[in-house]
Design a protein. Sequence first.
Length: 240
Amino acid sequence: MNFIVLASGRGSRLNKLTKNKPKCLTVIKNKKTLLDYIALNFNECKNIIITTGYRAHLIEKHLSNKNINYVRNKKFLKTNMVESLMSCKKKLKGGDLIIVYGDIYFDPKIIKKIKKLQGNTIAVNANWLQSWKHRYATLDKIKEDAEDLIVSKGKVISIGNKIKKKLPKYQYMGIVKIEYKTFIKLIKFYKKLNNKKISFTHFLNEVIKFKITEFKYFAFKNYWYEVDNFADLKYLKNNI
């Protein structure tokens, strides 16, 4: 099993906090960073890969005591997370992939569970609206920030689009499990798309739309939170 952390970006919306370090090295509590909390899951998989870009050396220094394969996306400013992910092929050691965003805080039990699931699976959160209400004062603001997620009969129908009417029941967590054979298909599809700036959710949506593969979903109620800005960080620190 391969555990991949996508941590190439700076996170400019955190302004001065990430001026000199990657977003994943933002301190949350007791000098522990987002990446430190994600690292609690490393013992679940044999092969750990971290994609880096902005101030890459700081991540390598921070985790110098761990056995990790690093993949540096030198074009992180002109590309996106999908490009970073596709660059991991040479570092894979067979088996499925568990892919995690580098700016999320979540219950380690989620990884233990998704690891056991069969097939391509997108992790979604059923309690997402509770934290979003603390982030934004109105439902309109929530709709602007959150992404639509349509599911049916255990499968994801579409993901990453703007919310048009009612809020979705679930929200994508930035955690997905992909079979190795599917990953090879995705590499070929990504090359055909020829879009280096496509977001991860829009890429998944294109994969589903063009029937490259299907994704099941698994709904979690475990704690999970993403950090995009100062308000997110403040809320997380107060509620950790």
